[in-house]
Design a protein around this ligand. Sequence first.
Ligand SMILES: [Mn+2]
Length: 355
Amino acid sequence: MNRFERLFEELPKDAECALITSAINRRYFTGMKSSDGTVLIFRDKAYLIIDFRYIEKARATVKNAEVIEQRKLYSQIAELLEKHNVSSMAIESQTMTVSQLNMIRNKFRNININCTDMLSNAINTLRCYKSPEELECIKKAQEIAEKALDDILKFIKVGVTEREIALELNHRMFLYGAEDLSFETIVLSGANTSMPHGVPSDKPVQDGEFVLMDFGAVYNGYHSDMTRTVCVGEPSEEMRKVYNIVLEAQNAAINAAHGGMTGTDLDNIARSVIEDAGYGEYFGHSLGHGVGLEIHERPNAATSYINELNTGAVITIEPGIYIAGKFGVRIEDFVILTENGCENLTKSAKNLISL
Ligand SMILES: [Mn+2]
């Protein structure tokens, strides 16, 4: 079954037509990256309407949809709706702007526009199940990030700034084949490491400090995500203790993770290790999130995610302890959930290393 057919499996029986306007889902369904374009999906056929800038590439690469050059978009959509004799169309409620919706309602007055979360939810569900081809891209993205990390461990030393480390890490990821960064690389040192999503500064690394790096590469649209915390010189007793609690929490979650458990349960496995060690109040974020065409997608390993984490989902496992004004530790791997366990896609070492 192709992705268009799978989409209709997820939609109610009476759904006739889906209008895809978001760049991410346009890429998900057609395999092609573009800044603009519209995918119109009927039960028996799909179309990609795309403008001159992308038409040559689209005609050469998009095989699962009829490619139409965009002239007058709304008239072209109207023609197709009439040709396929449909009276309703679902839109992506979670990404379409109110302005776009007003336009659509105005242009298609005799079509029932379904602007509930139905379509967005159905696509999010499809994207929770990674195909072998998608997994290959995710693994490649991770290999790129790990190769860059190997280089960067030789680059980090006393006197080098957070920004310099971040720039070098980014440069290495691009050099090894990244199409983009998964997000703005986080490199923090010393007391700055207590801010989970801090921004790299011109602060130089000093002896005896942690350096926390959270980063990822994009390969063929697919993201990777990892965090490592290393020490420059010798860590204090407290730093060593906290690091080992975070690592223990992460290992407990990785060992317990499997398809079919809830996000709440998985989060709780790591959280209880940290709570039992007396650091519960210093772990203020969720354990993890899904990763794929977006850096944060479903499903979530979070207290609030009472739904099941499906077999075939790719999720991060990233517990942390952050002590304001002192230091923070986060260790992040990402895994694919299987029926009986999980496969860890992150291979980099996790023992506390002193550079
Ligand atoms: Mn993450």
